[in-house]
Write a protein that binds this ligand. Structure first.
Ligand code: NAD
Length: 336
């Protein structure tokens, strides 16, 4: 059993912890919080050993009546790998500590790509990450792009991809960020960072992305145009997406006309927190004209990277060298 620690028990960290706990070949040895918040209460309720990020904060937890198992330093002594789910840029600051403790680490997409020695997407480059010590799982948007465009690349070849990303403002649990009444080019420069991030997984792909942020919390949405090297029909692309793990087709004809209904569908699936770990592609949006493929997809930013973190652990410890086997194992355990 691989012993996994989670540093940063927020939106991503708490989901990664739950996903690890479901796997047959790894276990959660503890989670790190900075403050005694409601999320720390949930960690205790979920029977995860709770650690403070430093000695000073240990006392804050004790003062609030929390049972605390030590500091991040203590947790690192007990785990084989730490999944760093702290807010962007903190992971890079933590890496020297992980190195000094000889503990492997996974970083998230909010970190610069150089924070890990290599970036990871299970369907894109599992083999590249075999045995690696410091790996960054790409962001939610990049994960979505790698899953669908990556599937097209493998079967038909991608000559070039052009994507517009319509990004959510904050996550649903965040009351501090906007925009409330604006559409914000973010970044205002083109390409946005997403295209170059896809290139950390598919180095040779010609991909250009631009992005705006809109007043919604539910999901990101991408409109995608792919020029293919080899011919495919609309029906063949639908079949490709249908048969690719972690992609689902949704239909406007069945009432799924927006991200709101996708999230309702996810809640109806009964998964914890109403998550949708798969990328949802609108069936009706898929259209091949000549060698160009068009489609629209939605990304549940809070959960699509979660199974990726599990496969990343398996690759780093070479629990299996076969990406498909790891993906199947993860998805079975998470009931995807
Ligand atoms: P979050 O703010 O929801 O959670 C971060 C957690 O880390 C919080 O509980 C916070 O209290 C804690 N924390 C802060 N400083 C810390 C420290 N020094 N040590 C330990 N814990 C600390 O953030 P998140 O959305 O979970 O994002 C985490 C990472 O995942 C970021 O790199 C982000 O870019 C990436 N990511 C986020 C999303 C998303 O949509 N939320 C999607 C994919 C990737």
């Amino acid at each position: 059993m691989i012993k996994v620690g989670i540093n940063g028990y927020g939106t991503i960290g708490k989901r990664v912890a739950d996903a690890v706990a479901k796997q047959p070949d790894m276990e959660v040895v503890g989670v790190v919080k900075t403050r005694p918040t409601h999320e720390a209460r949930h960690a205790i309720k979920n029977e995860y050993a709770l650690y403070a990020n430093n000695m000073e904060n240990v006392q804050t937890f004790i003062n609030e009546g929390f049972e605390i198992s030590g500091t991040l330093d203590d947790l690192l002594d007990k785990c084989d790998v730490i999944v760093d789910c702290t807010p962007g840029k903190i992971g890079a600051m933590n890496r020297p500590l992980y190195e000094s403790k000889g503990v492997k680490a996974i970083f998230q997409g909010g970190e610069k790509s150089g924070t890990g020695d290599v970036s990871f997407n299970a369907q894109g480059n599992y083999a590249t990450c075999l045995g690696k010590d410091y790996v960054r799982v790409v962001s939610c948007n990049t994960t979505g792009l790698c899953r669908t465009i990556g599937a097209v690349e493998k079967k038909y070849g991608v000559k070039k991809a052009r994507v517009t990303l319509i990004r959510r403002g904050p996550d649903p649990g965040n009351s501090k960020k906007g925009p409330v009444n604006a559409i914000v080019p973010n970044p205002v420069t083109v390409p946005s960072h997403h295209g170059p991030d896809v290139n950390t997984i598919f180095p040779d792909m010609d991909i250009m992305t631009s992005a705006v942020i809109v007043p919604t919390t539910l999901m990101h949405l991408h409109t995608v145009i792919v020029e293919m090297n080899n011919p495919a029909t609309t029906a063949e692309i639908k079949q490709l997406f249908k048969s690719t793990p972690r992609i689902i087709l949704v239909k406007a004809s069945e009432g799924i006309t927006s991200t709101a209904e996708i999230m309702e569908h996810a809640r109806d699936l009964g998964r914890k927190r109403g998550d949708l770990n798969e990328i949802a592609v609108w069936d009706e949006s898929i259209n091949v004209i000549g060698n160009e493929l068009f489609y629209i997809q939605a990304i549940h930013q809070e959960s699509d990277v979660v199974p990726e973190n599990i496969d990343c652990i398996r690759a780093m410890f070479e629990l299996t060298k076969d990406a498909d086997e790891s993906i199947a194992m993860t998805d079975r355990a998470m009931d995807l």
